[in-house]
Design a protein around this ligand. Structure first.
Ligand code: G3P
Length: 224
């Protein structure tokens, strides 16, 4: 499963990138609004830091407006993917952009049938929002499992990005469900690393190590 980071914050993106686990970035208007700087500057910075799929969302709701914004955004960098909401105009725009070789990430997906239509319209990615379904007492991950089944039944190439991830169990379940990608907030990426037994294990090893004379090779390494 590929790991994307769900943020527009360049410091978080750099820190996740340094871990060597990052395959891409997703943004949305809310995440952009938190950064207090220009959309284009943010996207250019992200493209400099990450060599992978970078989703940038259109704001227009009409087909022509979506296309206009999508063409401008895709001109910023070859890795920019256009995030488009799952509406009638959105599907039309996705299909037109696919014909021009521009990739779309269809966002705000809350049903398997919406996902089927996105794949038919030739979306490169579909983003089911699982946390927001959990918020209204549905099991968000069931949506991912259903989309996986439908896409496998018909060999659709559209990749499933599990979005609106709130905690580590969402990431585990996304991987178990065979999602192609999980887009994860930085805080949750950090939570994936941590395990209390890792921490206590390190502590014990270091305590025991105090009984061992410092090896010459370690002494030398310090002076190099
Ligand atoms: O990628 C979509 C994601 O940012 C939405 O997350 O937590 O606002 O539902 P959330």
């Amino acid at each position: 499963m590929k790991i994307f980071i769900d943020t527009a914050n360049i410091e978080e993106i750099k820190k996740a990138g340094e871990l060597g686990v990052l395959d891409g970035v997703t943004t949305n208007p809310t995440l952009i609004s938190r950064e207090n700087r220009g959309f284009t500057d943010i996207l250019k910075d992200i493209c400099r830091v990450v060599d992978g799929s970078i989703s940038a969302e259109v704001i227009s709701l009409d087909y022509e407006g979506m296309l206009r914004e999508a063409r401008s955004l895709s001109g910023i960098h070859k890795n920019i993917v256009i995030k488009i909401p799952l509406t009638k105009d959105g599907l039309r725009a996705v299909n037109t952009l696919a014909g021009e070789g521009v990739k779309s990430n269809v966002t705000l997906c809350f049903s398997p049938l919406q996902a089927l239509l996105a794949a038919k319209a030739k979306a490169a990615y579909i983003s089911p929002f699982i946390g927001r379904l959990d918020d209204i007492a549905h099991t968000g991950m069931d949506l991912v499992r259903r989309i996986r089944k439908i896409y496998d039944n018909y060999a659709f190439k559209t990749e499933i990005i599990v979005a609106s991830i709130r905690h580590p169990v969402h990431v585990l379940e996304a991987a178990m469900a065979g999602a192609d990608i999980a887009t994860i907030p930085y805080k949750v990426i950090e939570q994936l690393i941590k395990h209390p037994l890792t921490d206590t294990g390190i502590k014990k090893f270091l305590e025991d190590w105090k009984k061992v004379p410092e090896p010459e090779i370690f002494k030398k390494a310090k002076t190099n």
